[in-house]
Write a protein that binds this ligand. Structure first.
Ligand SMILES: [Zn+2]
Length: 145
């Protein structure tokens, strides 16, 4: 390594250090790290691991905030192979959200309490892992991002 290379290294390190003031370092377990790396490779986007982690965390925080707002009124009850039952404590009723398969392999959701395809119960279903299990069992292909 010659002198000019050493100088360059020092400069870039300095810039990084300055930049780091806006960031905090967090330790995660190796197994989670490996899963995130896999996720990054699968996503085939040019995003960095740090950006991926940040977007996952932001999404989670947003969902948590919504759940805090609506959570006390809605809770998961059970599901059949195509319907998820949600207890609506405000209306004191059970809403059944049915997953309807279309011929092209896509799906739509229908709430029998509101007779609607767009209501708070359908929004709630998107936050439930049970919903994604139903989609997987029905062979719904994940959307292309
Ligand atoms: Zn509804």
């Amino acid at each position: 390594m010659n002198v000019s290379n050493t100088v360059k290294m020092f400069i870039s390190l300095n810039v990084q250090m300055h930049h780091m003031k806006e960031f905090k370092t967090v330790q995660i377990s190796l197994s989670v790290y490996n899963r995130l790396r896999e996720e990054l490779e699968k996503s085939k986007t040019k995003t960095t691991l740090a950006h991926l982690i940040e977007s996952i965390l932001l999404e989670h925080l947003e969902t948590s905030e919504l759940m805090r707002e609506y959570g006390p009124f809605l809770s998961y009850v059970s599901n059949s192979e195509d319907t998820i039952y949600i207890n609506d404590w405000k209306q004191r009723r059970i809403a059944g959200v049915r997953v309807n398969m279309r011929e092209d392999g896509s799906f739509s959701l229908y709430c029998d309490l509101d007779n609607s395809e767009n209501c708070v119960h359908i929004g709630f279903v998107f936050a439930l892992p049970e919903f994604y299990k139903i989609l997987k069992e029905k062979g719904v292909k994940p959307p292309k991002i």
